[in-house]
Ligand binder design. Sequence first.
Ligand code: TRP
Length: 361
Amino acid sequence: MTTTTAEPRSTEPRTAPATTAELRSADLERRIAQDPAGFRVLTGDRPTGALHLGHYFGSLRNRVRLQDLGVDVIVLIPDYQVITDRDTAERLGEYTDGLLLDYLALGIDPARSTVFTHSAVPALNQLMLPFLSLVSVAELNRNPTVKDEVAHSRQSTVSGLMLTYPVHQAADILSCKGDVVPVGLDQLPHLELTRTIARRFNERYGKLFPEPEALLSAAPLLLGTDGTKMSKSRANSIPLSATADETARLLKGATTDADRHITYDPDTRPNVASLVLLAALCLERDPHEVAAEIGDGGAAALKRTVTDAVNSHLERFRARRAEYAKDLTYVRSVLRAGNERANALAEATLDEVREAMGAFR
Ligand code: TRP
């Protein structure tokens, strides 16, 4: 018997086989869709700069989607984590206001979702003590994300907080018994540690904590205007808070290449591909089609297309953000109310923890 095994003719790159984490995440997504109200999401952004388009397509719009599905979404602004890799927490208030404005303008609804900061929730921070007793120094030393941050740190020594902040992150998640944590790949080691802490606590003192699961974001890799990963602490990002003119100027300065024929080829032309992808995401179109339409127009036409796409996509967001910016008293009251709820949740958890441990009253 003959079989036809001809390769399918496709211009699509082969997709890599799904990893275990991806399969688990897809299964979690199905369970959330079946019972959204049965899940609590905990997620957050360090207040170290302005949120940018990479955050928007990678995580922010996913939060709003989960909220609108009916999931209990809690957004943490982890202010204590700012001092893991820098000496001082500069402009903390300004960055925190900026995050709040972005969240509200994007559609995070304070009637349904909660926003809070670490430093306003003492019970959360106290959970760090019992949790530290559940992990070994060797485990802390092995964390690949921490190792990477140490290697890239501008500081000459590694602080105790740098080594232990993943335990603090476990306190973030477990203080409110979050069971879903949307993450990028770099955060998986931290989530693994959170699960380990939850499991060890439950084994030693009786079942109290859920083992939170990772919801992997299918984060499209958007490069910064200098061709490296877009980052809020590098000067290469396109902040959501930029005006239409600033956005045009930033995109105009983006690195491209000498080939006038525009294609979507992330492996061989990462800079051009990233711009094409950004336009495609805003236009909700296929990047190959967007590239084909620009054709021989070169970098100038590509940049015009991207700029128009980004600016019209963000028009409504910008208008809403500007409205909220006129009323910072209201914006800050959203955080105050969120902190109150986070305190109530964390205090209840801390009470249960002490009770379970039996020794502390
Ligand atoms: N460590 C995360 C980051 O650098 C931020 C963070 C702190 C976080 N606590 C968290 C994320 C709890 C999810 C859940 O991006």
